[in-house]
Design a protein around this ligand. Structure first.
Ligand SMILES: C[S@@+](CC[C@H](N)C(=O)[O-])C[C@H]1O[C@@H](n2cnc3c(N)ncnc32)[C@H](O)[C@@H]1O
Length: 212
């Protein structure tokens, strides 16, 4: 997917994916997982999930392509970030929430630093099939396969053009079984604004680092 697609979405305000409140499945499942302190949120947009995670005592680090999204995140939450340039990426920092603004594929494990847990909502499913392969591998490499809470959509609707894309359970397994033990925690009907475009299910997975 072209960067221009997402920049156009943010510029024109076509961001139906933005929930405006902490994701219900995050709030439901995260506390029981015993996730460690520093949480990485790839393709974070301006998700309020970052605020919720920080309120649970986590240090939070996001990655987001679009500067409008990052600036809106801090402004809408009453935070004033510092900005530092690292090559083609800009690091925004305020309190316990940092965001690397730029292409996630330009982010390295060294720059990101230690990560104890990952939260993926509307990130894997935002990308087309061929990008999902490299995204999943990159995310696992960036975080040294830190445990992950992953939320996906699954639908069989030939008329529905993603994003969000349908990512079935066997595809999740294919992306992640090399590095993780993948466990489905819940499956429920798609709800919210997406129901105007398709029916289907939303699935929640816990990815635990594989110990070989
Ligand atoms: C569907 S939105 C989800 C945002 C957020 N996770 C949420 O739940 O609201 C996907 C986000 O990924 C960002 N994105 C797309 N490609 C990216 C890339 N290569 N690097 C970093 N962010 C990217 C887009 O700008 C967009 O904000």
């Amino acid at each position: 997917m072209e960067a221009s697609f997402w920049h156009e979405r943010w510029t024109s305000g076509r961001i139906a994916f933005h929930e405006g409140a902490p994701n219900a499945l995050l709030v439901k499942h995260w506390p029981a997982l015993g996730m460690g302190r520093r949480v990485f949120v790839p393709l974070c947009g301006k998700a309020v999930d970052l605020i919720w995670l920080a309120a649970q005592g986590h240090d939070v680090v996001g990655a987001e392509l679009d500067p409008i999204a990052v600036e809106a995140f801090y402004a809408e939450n009453g935070l004033t970030p510092t900005r530092t340039q690292h090559g083609e990426l800009t690091l925004f920092e305020a309190g316990e929430i940092s965001i690397w603004q730029g292409d996630i594929f330009a982010l390295t494990a060294e720059r990101l630093g230690p990560v104890d847990a990952v939260f993926d909502r509307a990130a894997l499913v935002a990308l087309p099939a061929e990008m999902r392969v490299s995204y999943a591998a990159h995310c696992a490499a960036l975080t040294h396969a830190a445990p992950q809470l992953l939320i996906t959509y699954e639908y069989a609707n030939p008329k529905m053009k993603g994003p969000p894309h349908s990512v079935p359970a066997d595809e999740v397994q294919a992306h992640y079984t090399g590095a993780y033990d993948v466990r489905e925690l819940e499956r429920c009907d798609i709800s919210g604004p997406l129901t105007t475009r398709t029916s289907g299910s939303e699935a929640v997975y816990h990815l635990a680092r594989r110990i070989d």
